[in-house]
Ligand binder design. Structure first.
Ligand SMILES: [Zn+2]
Length: 309
């Protein structure tokens, strides 16, 4: 939808997508959904909960339906105000192009791209020379963790790895004692799942006496031999995000591995990663790693402001 120029086609695709599995015939799922809802309500009642939402939330950090509704009620007004402001920006472009129509949901992605180009004029290629991978890792991701938690990192080239590209770092506590092993698997390859994620290959457990072995997997295209790996800003924030999950696993301090690291309620698990992601753009951290890979010159203020916008 973001790239379709034909408005009628955008609308058709949107309608088709919204009506998936609810148009009658053999792929109509509505009866299945209705029976799931009924069974969930029955289960909740059998276990003594007012409804399915209360049953699910009992094990989450939110705790209750009231707490979730309270948060949603807080979020809704600013979210709607923001959507209205975006709609106004989009409508301005439609009018300027002589569109003579009101923006609809199907138009949103297509015109959002245009607004973005007009407002920020941000060319990712201009940024990449400031985000060389090893520099981002050592002087960004590791630097922030060292400042915050005092942990230090030492590359271990003597340990076996499953592919030559994988890097292993031993992580030490502030007092110099061993904390964890951290595997960096940032490059894309044809047989790798898409996206980015963190994985604990060994979970911390005082019962078993294990210390964590945690990996971060990203999908950064590998440059030609001898060329530096220059990351996009999105890849940089992803690296910080996934390292937040890695920290969660490394700082684990439990007896049973079942409860180690990221084995926490679903509405909490993204908290450490979101917080760590925040440091990517933190002025003190950004200044330390966002340097031109050839000249060492810091990311210019004008580009910096656009990144933040
Ligand atoms: Zn995450």
């Amino acid at each position: 939808l973001a790239s379709l120029k034909n408005r009628a086609l955008r609308q058709r695709i949107m309608d088709a997508s919204l009506n998936r599995a609810s148009k009658g015939g053999e792929f109509d799922n509505r009866a299945v959904v209705a029976s799931m809802v009924k069974l969930r309500a029955e289960r909740a009642a059998m276990l003594g909960y007012a409804n399915h939402a209360a049953y699910v939330l009992a094990d989450e950090t939110a705790g209750s339906v009231e707490a979730v509704n309270r948060l949603l009620a807080q979020l809704a007004p600013p979210a709607v105000a923001n959507a209205r402001a975006e709609a106004a920006d989009i409508q301005k472009i439609i009018d300027a192009e002589g569109g003579k129509f009101q923006v609809s949901a199907a138009d949103w992605a297509f015109y959002t791209e245009k607004v973005r180009k007009q407002k920020f004029d941000l060319d990712e290629e201009q940024l990449r020379p400031y985000f060389e991978m090893d520099n981002v890792l050592r002087n960004g991701v590791f630097y922030a963790a060292n400042k915050l938690y005092g942990i230090t990192f030492k590359e271990r080239k003597d340990l076996p790895v499953y592919l030559p590209d994988i890097r292993v770092f031993e992580v030490f506590n502030e007092d110099g004692s061993h904390l964890a092993l951290f595997l960096v698997d940032y490059y894309a390859r044809s047989n790798k799942r898409g996206g980015a994620w963190a994985n604990a290959y060994v979970a911390q457990s005082s019962l078993l006496g294990t210390s964590p072995v945690i990996a971060n997997h990203l999908n950064i295209p590998k440059p030609a031999d001898g060329e530096p790996t220059l990351m996009t800003y999105e890849e940089v924030t992803t690296a910080f995000h996934e390292f937040g999950h890695a920290l969660h696993g490394m700082f684990s301090n439990v007896k049973y591995p079942r409860f180690a690291g990221t084995s926490v309620p679903r509405d909490f698990v993204e908290y450490p990663s979101q917080v760590n992601e925040m440091w990517a753009a933190w002025p003190e951290v950004l200044k330390n790693y966002a340097k031109h890979y050839k000249t060492g010159e810091p990311l210019p203020q004008a580009l910096l402001d656009k990144v933040k916008a």
